[in-house]
Write a protein that binds this ligand. Structure first.
Ligand code: NAD
Length: 336
């Protein structure tokens, strides 16, 4: 039996003239049109691309529901062509495909895509966020939400504010660097690492953080570990070496397997579900697409702290994992 969730709609688009081969999964439309990014990377075959789209779309349903935005869950994946291709033409063809869904799906940037790609899509459809005509980079909003979530988790678990709290940030790219600045401003003590050592040093110099080699970051004794680099970081090898009280960061799909949430709890580590704490980016992209003001977007992002606090309190009182509590809360919002 497959673990891949079955979406409400699964669309396959192929355009030999441009090399476009894309899959769009619409997982749930209860709260509004599906909103989710479009991923551009190599996939071994169409089934692998389709499975990825279905999994990611299901995740977007939960994330969007808990983010309190009027959108369902969807995701697109585009297969990176093997040979040479005209990137603008390929994304324009994808724009035509999206337009044919008549507004049931709104696309946005995701890994492998950039503003110029959104511009190419926008040349064919209005159902795209993140083009250069709109409020672009969602990363500062993601960092803002993660900072609120960390504050809420520290208050719940350690009964403290952020002053003097030691946060170790893995990856100080777009989100991690902005997060470091926010936490430093609240008096947190920081350790940072990045495979790009110049980037780590620049962030450390600007925030007073200690920069360490990436191999040291996950084993650094700290109050909060904030994974902000890549997914799947919490696996069997890493688990026994962790020396933190809380894990709360921006990276998507931090758990290598779903049962890692229970294993972290068994080790006394509070894991804040990534799809709750990192929703600042989708809130930004979705509300900017709707034409909301920066103030309105900021206010909605700030509610991530309240949502994290609520989920942690519910989990504690019911004896459930925050991960399970968050999924159940999202399902209750969707009445499924
Ligand atoms: P980014 O590429 O700008 O930053 C990631 C950083 O991690 C890079 O500087 C990279 O050098 C570093 N890195 C890679 N491997 C590392 C390792 N082993 N150890 C230490 N550092 C390492 O990406 P980003 O936009 O900052 O996103 C970070 C994570 O958050 C990603 O997993 C992304 O999917 C997730 N996320 C981002 C957003 C957003 O708004 N950008 C929203 C939701 C989730």
């Amino acid at each position: 039996m497959s673990d891949v969730p079955e979406p409400l709609e699964l669309h396959h688009f192929s355009d030999p003239a441009t090399g476009l081969e894309a899959v769009v999964a619409l997982d749930d439309l209860t709260l509004g049109p599906a909103f989710g990014g479009c991923r551009f990377r190599a996939y071994g075959d169409l089934k692998a691309a389709s499975d990825d789209a279905c999994l990611l779309a299901a995740g977007m349903t939960l994330k969007n529901a808990l983010a309190g935005i009027p959108f369902g869950g969807g995701k697109a994946v585009i297969r990176l062509p093997a040979g040479a291709f005209d990137r603008a033409a390929l994304f324009a063809a994808f724009g035509n495909a999206i337009d044919g869904l008549n507004g049931r799906y709104v696309t946005a940037m995701d890994s492998g895509t950039e503003t110029a790609d959104m511009d190419a899509i926008a040349s064919r459809t209005r159902f795209v966020s993140g083009s250069s005509e709109q409020e672009g980079d969602p990363s500062p909003s993601t960092a803002r939400g993660v900072a609120h979530g960390i504050r809420a988790a520290v208050a719940a678990e350690l009964e403290r504010d952020l002053a003097g709290i030691h946060v170790a940030i893995q990856g100080v790219g777009h989100v991690g660097a902005a997060l470091a600045h926010r936490l430093a401003a609240e008096g947190a003590r920081l350790t940072v690492a990045d495979v790009d050592s110049r980037q780590a040093k620049a962030v450390a110099d600007a925030t007073g953080a200690r920069a360490v080699h990436p191999s040291e970051l996950l084993i650094t004794p700290c109050d909060v570990l904030a994974p902000c680099a890549f997914g799947g970081v919490l696996d069997d090898a890493v688990l026994p070496t962790l020396a933190c009280r809380i894990i709360a960061g921006a990276a998507n799909n931090q758990l290598a397997r779903p049962d890692m949430a229970a294993q972290l709890a068994a080790r006394g580590i509070l894991y804040v579900p990534d799809f709750v704490i990192n929703s600042g980016g989708v809130i930004h992209a979705a509300l900017a697409w709707q034409g909301e003001s920066a103030d309105a977007i900021g206010q909605r992002v700030d509610q991530i702290g309240t949502t994290v606090a609520d989920i942690l309190a519910r989990a504690r009182s019911s004896g459930s994992l925050p991960e399970v509590t968050a999924v159940n809360l999202a399902r209750s919002l969707l009445q499924i």
